[in-house]
Ligand binder design. Structure first.
Ligand code: ATP
Ligand code: MG
Length: 266
């Protein structure tokens, strides 16, 4: 059993950052294959400031999704710290918080959108999106209005709003997911390939929505598999490789560096 050991934040964290990851480690023990250990992250350091969009890059298996899942606490970190500055101004270590506090942060301050919608059965599309807003503190009517606006923006036609989200197509689910993840913008938004199943027009609408969020001060940590989305949205690119940060810098510099293992669609 893992014991969570709270510790005091170091004095040298950037004052303005929403997220400061320090020495993050994560191993997986494959119990079905002789207990073999896969080392995914070996000491990752990373900061994200309000309004900043940090895109993670690196080859398949580099640990991008694992990093996002550790920050969202779907995975428990094997070592290191994940400092998150709350709206109240407290610095908390997501790697060591009790589950109840993590659940509260997820509802209010940290959003996570992957390519898969975890839709609750028998809940309509509009209710799915609106309840994400009420969970982040919006009044019920305001949440329904904001949900309608978000659904329009990502191109979900009105006749789909009272259908159950579970019956939608893959691309429709992905757009409902992004509408739910961005309504009442969280302080930190984690995106794992949020446009992978979308056609060009819908993809563009979703990228516009993400761009607008950054202007409202949301900090974004993302994984996109195409260079164009990274160039359009990211303020900084962090390249992971061998479980560590290999490079970090402005997109125009990093994406043109042929020595880096970038595996993005060009
Ligand atoms: N739940 C898990 N159990 C065992 N191993 C895992 C698990 N999740 C991730 N891994 C391993 O950790 C490593 C990093 O995987 P991760 O999914 O983070 O890569 P990624 O950079 O997101 O790759 P991709 O670009 O293909 O999505 C891989 O070797 C993967 O097999
Ligand atoms: Mg991944």
């Amino acid at each position: 059993m893992t014991t969570l050991q709270p510790s005091a934040p170091p004095a040298d964290l950037p004052a303005g950052s929403v997220l400061s990851v320090r020495g993050l480690r994560k191993d997986f023990t494959l119990h079905t294959i002789d207990g073999r250990v896969v080392e995914a992250l070996h000491g990752v350091d990373l900061d994200v400031a309000p309004g900043e969009h940090v895109a993670l890059a690196g080859t398949s298996g580099a640990g991008k999704s694992t990093l996002l899942r550790c920050v969202y606490r779907t995975y428990l970190a094997g070592g290191g710290h994940i400092w998150f500055r709350t709206a109240a101004g407290d610095l908390v270590d997501v790697a060591a918080l009790p589950d109840a506090t993590v659940a509260d942060l997820r509802g209010h301050e940290i959003g996570y959108v992957s390519q898969f919608l975890k839709a609750q059965p028998r809940r309509s599309v509009l209710t799915t999106v609106a309840s994400a807003g009420t969970a982040r503190g919006m009044a019920r009517d305001a949440a329904r209005e904001a949900a309608a606006a978000a659904l329009r923006q990502v191109g979900i036609a009105e006749h789909l709003w009272d259908m159950h989200a579970t019956v939608l197509s893959g691309g429709q689910k992905q757009r409902v997911n992004i509408a739910a993840g961005t309504i009442a913008p969280p302080r930190l938004l984690l995106l794992d390939e949020p446009v992978s199943a979308l056609d060009p027009a819908n993809r563009s609408a979703v990228l516009d929505l993400i761009a607008r969020l950054e202007r409202t001060g949301t900090a974004v940590l993302s994984v996109f598999h195409d260079l164009d989305a990274i160039e359009r949205l990211a303020t900084r690119v962090v390249v992971l490789g061998g479980g560590r940060v290999l490079a970090s810098g402005p997109p125009e510099q990093i994406l043109r560096d042929s020595s880096l293992p970038l595996e993005v669609a060009r």
